[in-house]
Design a protein around this ligand. Structure first.
Ligand code: SF4
Length: 284
């Protein structure tokens, strides 16, 4: 990662294609979302801007667990979610990680069949496709440094298949190849990919929208995206103070039912005052 600012050698460049580009850091906020009370930011992590969200998740969970704040359910955006992180969160801290996993990248290219349409037989190490062809026993492989399972359907079966072009996408008559994850991860991926298309899942996940409001509040009301310090450690202090200030405001505005002080009516806006003046001005 190269130095991009003479003012802060620790600041780094990053971008979200089509959305934003910036020099500096990234702030990861964790907020409560219980009903019936003010929601507060309980954890803040600051990282160099280009660091992937997914690399931070374990640290966040470890820190929450160390303070006995690990949630039973953690709603996150897709940048934090893979079958591996869902599995690790559940087995290490008992956290149900809820967020969308990446859809099958081949689903867009070949809308015939996705991986979820194939039935694995974990005992026999075979996969059965939607047209009923069963693969020979699969073989372990490594892809992008991860353990995977390579399944290759027989050429003869795929050549004779009416859906070959939609399914395999190749014109050379090769059989379809599919990469599976190890069983425990593959089952998570298949389950979440199917779940995330359902209304109950969307309704559960809708609560995460509140987190976007908090990001907007800390950015627009408290200037979170304007670094007041140099260096990662000091910027983290700014992020923590911003979260603390946000919490103080929220808690100070929260009163038990029936004890809230009466609010002063909002002052009229200039437009409202103008309208009143016009309506009270009698024509001569
Ligand atoms: S192309 Fe091969 S894998 Fe795909 S549906 Fe046809 S037989 Fe099955």
């Amino acid at each position: 990662m190269e130095i991009v600012s003479p003012h802060d050698p620790e600041a780094r460049y990053s971008c979200k294609p089509g959305k934003a580009e910036w020099v500096g850091y990234k702030d990861h906020q964790t907020e409560t979302c219980d009903t019936g009370g003010p929601n507060v930011i309980v954890h803040v992590t600051t990282t160099p801007a280009p660091e992937q969200d997914i690399a931070v998740l374990d640290r966040i969970h470890d820190a929450l667990a160390a303070r006995d704040l690990a949630p039973s359910e953690h709603l996150v955006d897709s940048g934090y979610v893979t079958p591996e992180t869902i599995h690790r969160a559940a087995t290490t801290h008992g956290i149900d990680l809820l967020g969308p996993v990446r859809v099958d990248p081949r689903a867009g290219e070949h809308p015939g069949f996705t991986k979820e349409d194939f039935q694995p037989n974990w005992q026999d190490r075979t996969l059965t496709c939607p047209r009923g062809a069963t693969s020979p026993p699969w073989h372990p492989t490594v892809a992008d440094g991860h353990k995977r399972i390579s399944v290759l359907f027989p050429r003869a079966a795929c050549r004779a298949c009416e859906d070959r072009l939609k399914c395999t996408g190749n014109t050379g008559g090769r059989g379809r190849q599919i990469l599976l994850m190890p069983q425990h991860l593959q089952e998570i991926q298949t389950r979440v990919r199917l779940d995330q298309q359902t209304d109950p899942w969307r309704q559960r996940y809708a609560m995460r929208a509140g987190c976007e409001a908090t990001v907007s509040e800390t950015v627009r009301a408290h200037g979170l995206r304007h670094c007041r310090y140099r260096g990662l450690a000091r910027t983290h202090v700014q992020h923590v103070l911003t979260a603390a200030g946000t919490n103080i405001i929220r808690l100070s505005e929260c009163h038990p039912p029936g004890t809230a002080p009466p609010r002063n009516p909002r002052p009229a806006t200039p437009f409202q005052r103008l309208c009143r003046n016009i309506s009270t001005t009698k024509p001569s």
